[in-house]
Design a protein around this ligand. Structure first.
Ligand code: SF4
Ligand code: SF4
Length: 329
């Protein structure tokens, strides 16, 4: 068992989906398991969790309901069917069926516009609506636990569920060990919550203009949180000219490139079969490259994460400029 002196948190992130983030995460987890790490894997992609599928988990040892937010409903005896709420709801959650207005509980996000506009004070709220689940597998077939969050259809995605999923992982692993987080794609609330508190981030990208643009966006976020980044270029051989653009960016921004993975049809094939490519097709070039990246992280970077962080963390935090959208009342 590899015992770390602290709790080290590494997030695998990408500014865009479909670049191989879960393939990389599952491989790091499996290799860490092979090295007998005290490890917990955490799937924070709450809108589309799939790490458990790649790790062969089909049932859970514990499932906790997660409650958040509110939804509106109409008091029939007060409603005069004026239709104002139907006109004003920004999400189209108010429906008109069989001569009466009702609120679709899957669409309503409790924004209160309807109750402000209703002339009859006919709208009330249900609070603490079930919004998702936090699921625990105490031991996957690769000998480490997994925590996964899933938001229910129609529930707003505020990132709070991700925070609760991570808190669950912390409570299970304690204050020493390796926390490996599979972030959601993009740069939204879930990703911000995934990155909060992390020490290291693996940024998975592809050599395309979209891949580069998304890489810059996710890198900006890691800079805001003062996380030490490292880069993995997936399918690097599909656009070698663009690889040099990624390399220039990495050099300018002090991001070590820890691996380049060639395109390999065995990767999507193994994903389609919910099998990790490093165990399913271990001798293919992509599997070898992904294993090499994983071994580097597990045997070199995580054990001396403080030195790595000192060397590669941003010099100063990227300022955070929130976007404020004011509802027109
Ligand atoms: S605004 Fe109020 S009174 Fe009018 S339809 Fe909606 S709930 Fe009924
Ligand atoms: S609370 Fe907001 S989202 Fe829900 S029905 Fe009213 S206006 Fe629509």
């Amino acid at each position: 068992m590899v015992d770390l002196n602290d709790r080290v948190e590494l997030v695998v992130a990408s500014g865009k989906g479909g670049v191989g983030k879960s393939t990389v995460t599952s491989s790091i987890a499996i290799v860490a398991g092979e090295y007998n790490y005290k490890l917990i894997a955490v799937d924070t992609d709450a809108e589309a969790p799939n790490l458990h599928l790649v790790l062969g988990v089909s049932d859970w040892d514990d499932v906790e309901d997660y409650y958040e937010g509110r939804t509106a409903y109409i008091l029939e005896d007060k409603c005069t069917n004026c239709g104002i709420c139907y006109e004003e709801c920004p999400l189209g959650a108010v429906e008109y069926n069989d001569g009466k207005y009702t609120i679709n509980q899957y669409i309503c996000e409790g924004c209160v516009t309807c109750s402000i506009k209703c002339p009859e004070n006919a709208i009330r709220y249900k609070f603490k609506v079930k919004a998702g689940e936090i699921r625990v597998k105490e031991r996957t077939m690769y000998n480490f636990p997994l925590v996964s969050g899933e938001i229910l259809p129609g529930r707003p995605n505020s990132g709070k569920l991700v925070t609760e999923v991570k808190n669950k992982a912390y409570s299970l692993i304690g204050d020493k060990g390796f926390v490996l987080v599979d972030a959601a794609a993009g740069i939204g609330c879930q990703v911000i919550s995934s990155l909060t508190g992390a020490h290291l981030a693996v940024l998975v990208t592809e050599p395309t203009p979209a891949g580069f643009s998304d890489l810059q966006r996710i890198h900006k976020l890691t800079k805001h949180f003062m996380i030490a980044p490292m880069m993995v270029i997936n399918k690097y051989d599909t656009n070698l000219d663009f690889v040099s653009i990624l390399e220039d960016y990495a050099e300018k921004e002090n991001i070590p490139i820890i691996g380049k993975v060639p395109y390999d049809p065995k990767v999507p094939e193994s994903m389609a079969r919910n099998k990790p490519v490093i165990t399913e097709y271990p001798d293919t070039p992509a599997a070898k490259a992904i294993r090499e990246v994983s071994e580097k992280i597990v045997t070199e970077i995580v054990p001396s994460w403080r030195e790595f962080r000192m060397k590669y963390k941003p010099k100063r935090p990227e300022p955070y400029i929130p976007v404020i959208v004011k509802p027109s009342l």
